[in-house]
Design a protein around this ligand. Structure first.
Ligand code: UDP
Length: 142
């Protein structure tokens, strides 16, 4: 029996301000492209407060929420729409787990370059539904 090709998906990727400040934009984009995923949109910007709040709305009330908002708006980040077969899971695999030391294995972006749970270099949508909501938030024209 032949396997069906995987469904095409889009996911929202952020290269967070720590990664931009440390000069990892090219390295991270290269890993996305080497995996076979495609860039469908790309923008360098400082996140407006309202966008940051909506992006992380699910974490409102958590102890780390205020510092997370401060961090994510602290300097330029790169927002990207990345597409390809199973793009949501594919980028989450490239990123590694949230805590770069305990949960992200070497070979992943966080596992290779991170030490801090908050300043963990990248964001990737956690489901197709989240991706569509986040793409509409960061790229309303798409
Ligand atoms: N975060 C944090 N402290 C924590 C957990 C998460 O500062 O204890 C930050 C971290 O930057 C993380 C983001 O909040 O990437 C969103 O958390 P989530 O659990 O959704 O992790 P992700 O999907 O980014 O791996």
């Amino acid at each position: 029996m032949t396997e069906q090709p995987a469904t095409q998906e889009r996911t929202l990727v952020l290269i967070k301000p720590d990664a931009v400040a440390r000069g990892y934009v090219g390295e991270i984009l290269a890993r996305i492209e080497r995996k076979g995923l495609r860039l469908a949109a790309l923008e360098l910007k400082v996140a407006p407060n309202e966008v940051a709040q909506q992006h992380y709305a699910e974490h409102e009330g958590r102890p780390f929420y205020p510092s997370l908002l401060e961090f994510i708006t602290s300097g330029p980040l790169v927002a990207a729409v990345v597409e390809g077969p199973r793009a949501v899971a594919a980028f989450r695999q490239l990123a590694g787990g949230t805590d770069p030391v305990e949960k992200a294995i070497p070979g992943t972006i966080r596992g290779d370059f991170g030490l801090e749970t908050q300043e963990n270099l990248v964001h990737g949508s956690d489901s197709v539904e989240s991706a569509e909501r986040e793409i509409a938030l960061w790229f309303p024209a798409l």
